[in-house]
Design a protein around this ligand. Structure first.
Ligand SMILES: [Ca+2]
Length: 275
């Protein structure tokens, strides 16, 4: 995640310099640069012994925002992605009418499609089995556009070590759902396709547990990719048990657990069960 570069000044102070900002003093004017791009020769002015520069223009050129707090008589410039900015995008672009639990928001800048710009992956943890997941894509004008949203409680996201032919990097998005006595953890293998659509190539169960009274049913699964033949192998083991006590901490296995294996091949950007 990129570090946050912040610049905060009181109104009576002058903005003299910030990360990546330079000013070149010539005879009558000062050229102001941000990251070596000129902002304008009339933008900055010397005044007495100091240099005055327009903080709004500087922050905008640094892809940031400036806000004025009249109560504390202070001006705040913020560059980089902040939780407040991501929360504002969710409020503006998310499902209309939905009341998001923004206290549970976390985010990360991740380059999911291998162009030069990272996207922003965000999740809201709304408590047991509740949550939201978002992907924001940076636009040419520097703004961020919501390109994917699901009411998922996302436990984790990570780039897979394997690459399938013709695919951008594949990410494993792990989600959790359930209810009373039910706990389901699923893996979604996803990638950005060439049309810029965030696509699910495969979904599989990592855990599916149901417990009711003294009955306990458990499915545990896992996968590996065979890069020799572009195949995804998936195994799952199913087991029944009886619960020993009210706390459901101990169980007694009933019968033999059953393990099955399925092979998936890549067809038109998705892993399809091999027949
Ligand atoms: Ca990108």
């Amino acid at each position: 995640m990129k570090g946050i570069r912040g610049l905060r000044v009181a109104l009576k102070m002058l903005v003299v310099c910030a990360v990546g900002v330079g000013a070149l003093v010539t005879t009558n004017s000062i050229a102001l640069f941000v990251n070596e791009e000129v902002l304008g020769s009339e933008e900055a002015k010397p005044k007495h012994a100091a240099l005055i520069a327009p903080i709004g223009d500087v922050a905008e050129a640094m892809e940031g925002e400036v806000s004025l707090d009249k109560a504390s008589h202070s001006l705040s410039a913020q560059t980089g992605i902040t939780k407040e900015r991501v929360a504002a995008w969710i409020t503006e672009q998310g499902n209309a009418g939905k009341d998001y639990y923004l206290d549970g928001l976390t985010f990360e800048e991740v380059n999911i499609d291998e162009d030069i710009e990272p996207e922003v992956l965000a999740r809201i943890d709304g408590g047991v089995h509740l949550g939201d997941f978002f992907i924001f894509d940076k636009q040419a004008d520097g703004s961020y556009q919501l390109i994917f949203e699901q009411p998922w409680q996302v436990e984790s996201w990570s780039m897979e070590r394997f690459r399938a032919e013709g695919m951008n990097p594949i990410f494993n998005i792990v989600t959790r759902t359930g209810g009373t006595g039910i706990d389901v953890i699923e893996s979604h293998l996803m990638y950005m396709d060439d049309a810029g659509v965030w696509t699910e190539a495969w979904k599989g169960t990592l855990k599916d547990r149901s417990a009711f009274q003294d009955k306990y049913h458990l499915v545990i699964g896992s996968y590996q990719f065979n890069d020799d033949h572009g195949e995804l192998f998936y195994w799952q083991t199913e087991m029944d048990a009886s619960l020993e006590d009210d706390q459901q901490e101990e169980y007694q296995q009933e019968g033999d657990p059953k393990t099955s294996m399925t092979v998936f091949t890549l067809q038109q950007g998705k892993f399809i069960e091999k027949k």
